[in-house]
Ligand binder design. Sequence first.
Ligand code: NAD
Length: 392
Amino acid sequence: MLNGEKKISRPLRWGMIGGGRTGQVGYKHRTGALRDNTAFQLVAGAFDVDPERGKDFGVNIGVDENRCYPDYKTMIKEEAKREDGVEVVSIATPNGTHYEICKAALEAGLHVICEKPLFFTSKEGREIKDLAEKNGKIVGVTYGFSGNQMLLQMRAMIEQGKIGDIRIVELQYTHGFNATDKAEKTSDAQKWRVDPKIAGPSFVLGDLSTHTYYMSQLIMPKMKIKKLLCDRQSFVGTRAPLEDNAFVLMHYENGAVGRLWTSSVNAGCTDGHRIRIVGSKASLEWWDSKPNELRHEVQGEPIQTLIRGMSYLDEQCNADERLGALHSEGLSDAWANIYLKFAIAIDAKNRDDRETLRNLVYPNIDAGIEGIRWIENCVRSAENGASWVDFE
Ligand code: NAD
């Protein structure tokens, strides 16, 4: 189980490119990297395509203003002059910029963590791989969903033959947020996603299904695709040639077949990210919306739901456990919300800001006292032979 203790001798000096105030994904990078406080330290950034906004943002999240740079080239150049300069950068910018930023960072001797889809072509990918190998650097890709440890449980069970030979692979990553073109008319982040110059040769295939494809490889490392058929559509016509829906049929080398559906026009769907692997004896199914659960369906037996954090799970899975059984995913966010409110309350108290204190809803001393009162009344009732007592 993970408990925030050091896994490496000291935190890495980390910089971010993109992921600024208006960026959709930047906060996920920071909460992921900084949660344990022992792996990364955010020391620099070129957070935004707008230099002023980027600096303002960087300072506001606690980065030294002299290390909030107007662009990534300046950041790489200036950081290289410092003894305590960044050693790794994360790239959280639109797709079309990944290749050049990645290349510049590696050439400057930095490790790179980059958003998906990594680049436009696999040729670019191979070139960057060679460069990283030559310079002795890592390139990581933020397929964030793949960090869910229940996927490692699936991997272990498949490896142990628990579902038999894999016959059918059913993958889905869909949502309905782009059911109309209102999305690109009102959001900059959506506008570039349907512009081939910035998004690359695909929309949902790259934006969504690269995650699910990687997750399928993670849980079934031996399964190799032999051939595939992709049928893609632009239901919102202005998105053509980029697709907002696609079906992919797959034939695997071992004779298994697969189907992937990816879509951003699955109207009404807020999270259709599912993986079902059907074997000759049983099936496994995981759904992003129920991240604590893994269904194990053995033919002829009652369906089992395996629950995150339980000791019956594989050790590979539990090695990545953070919360422990009983505590569901989402609890870390809840704790972060509570801690932020404690900080706001402390700050308001220090400044004698009574208005803020009056309006802030958080578990304060009264909530603590109320908890004790609850216990006192319950115990009094129980000790009186489980009788009704007035709540005092
Ligand atoms: P976005 O348009 O919301 O944000 C992009 C950010 O990058 C903004 O802050 C913008 O100012 C900044 N930026 C743009 N060009 C820059 C440059 N040259 N230098 C510095 N900053 C620059 O985009 P987004 O939705 O956050 O997506 C960014 C990337 O993350 C994309 O590749 C996308 O596919 C990926 N993404 C991944 C996930 C995931 O789950 N891993 C989720 C969402 C997005």
